[in-house]
Design a protein around this ligand. Structure first.
Ligand code: SF4
Length: 335
């Protein structure tokens, strides 16, 4: 196990290089508002700080408190979330806000936080450490990588990583250390080509001494991702397109979309598409084919083409609409 010196070096580096972000308190300042910490952690899952920052600020402007968010209509939150992906998170966000308000505030321990909708092991530990100072191990892929490299561990178990993190947290510095580890993993101890020359922990790092820090931890074997196909219908009238809302449960649940058929494993025969979009989800990839249709399908609304960006479309359908508009214009111009 690495020495206590690691925590001191890392914390000093954090103090010297601290990034001021709208959800963070500075080193030594009173802990950040749990609402902000929670919201940022949910937004940051699978997304970068640069992408989240403006979205976070807009969200806070609209719903400055957990009470305000709890009172928001589901659709408004889903629309605001559009483009951030992983839409189950947006649905859980509203459910969680309502549950927190029902309980009279955020619980203060990782164990209790974990009982909230959409709050898993990592997020609960991150909120507990950052907002409430609990010495909890918030382990995401960045933190796992840093710990594995520091300790020269090729295939560490989750328990092993957690024990190393807990061992490192100095009394009263859980929030700072957690954020310092996150920053180091995101900016210096990167998956490929870690910047060991700029790393404050170089003198303590076993994988650096091995000469091959990138080899730690050993990459997990990638599973093959299945491929699926979807048909989306394009019905355009007087400069407007017919949109519907997807069923509340399932992929992109509750989000605005083009109407269409259920996604399948085989390409339907004889499809004459005006646009095709390939999109990669966590568990499968998808080709969405946009097919013209004379009559609108399902319950929905006419969305002006000039206002597509305000429709709350997730990235997949936004790209499909943009391509369909461009291709339809090209066909009309050529006719
Ligand atoms: Fe990561 Fe290199 Fe620092 Fe070790 S020395 S923690 S491998 S950046």
């Amino acid at each position: 196990m690495v020495t206590a010196n690691v925590a001191a070096l890392l914390l000093q580096h954090y103090v010297d290089n601290f990034r001021r972000l709208p959800w963070r308190a500075g080193p030594g300042e009173p802990p950040a508002d749990p609402y902000r910490v929670w919201l940022s952690e949910i937004m940051l899952q699978q997304t970068t700080v640069a992408a989240v920052r403006p979205r976070f600020e807009r969200f806070l402007e609209r719903w400055p408190t957990i009470e305000a968010l709890a009172g928001a209509p589901d659709e408004a939150v889903l629309n605001e979330w559009a483009g951030l992906g992983y839409y189950a998170r947006a649905r859980n966000l509203v459910a969680c806000a309502r549950e927190v308000v029902r309980r009279g505030g955020f619980p203060e321990t990782a164990a209790e936080l974990r009982t909230l909708p959409g709050v898993g092991a990592y997020t609960s530990a991150a909120i507990a450490a950052i907002a409430f100072g609990e010495p909890a191990a918030a382990v995401d892929t960045n933190v796992r990588r840093v710990i594995a490299r520091l300790n020269g561990l090729a295939e560490p178990s989750p328990d092993e990583i957690e024990q190393h993190v807990l061992h490192m947290i100095p009394p009263g510095r859980a929030g700072d250390l957690t954020q310092a580890m996150m920053d180091l993993g995101a900016t210096i101890c990167r998956p490929k080509a870690p910047l060991c020359g700029a790393c404050p922990l170089q003198s303590e790092c076993l994988s650096f001494r091995s000469g091959k820090p990138e080899a730690f931890p050993r990459p997990k074997q990638k599973r093959e991702r299945p491929h699926r196909y979807g048909i989306a219908y394009w019905t355009e009238r007087d400069g407007r397109v017919w949109l519907v809302r997807r069923p509340a449960k399932g992929m992109l649940g509750g989000m605005a979309s083009l109407p269409g058929l259920e996604w399948t494993d085989c390409l339907p025969p004889g499809v004459n598409a005006v646009a095709s979009v390939r999109h990669v989800f966590t568990h499968f990839s998808l080709d969405l084919l946009v097919v013209p249709k004379a009559e609108p399908l399902g319950e929905g609304w006419w969305q002006p083409l000039a206002e597509l960006s305000g429709a709350g479309l997730p990235t997949l359908y936004r790209r499909a609409c943009e391509l369909a508009v461009a291709n339809c214009e090209a066909v009309s111009a050529a006719a």
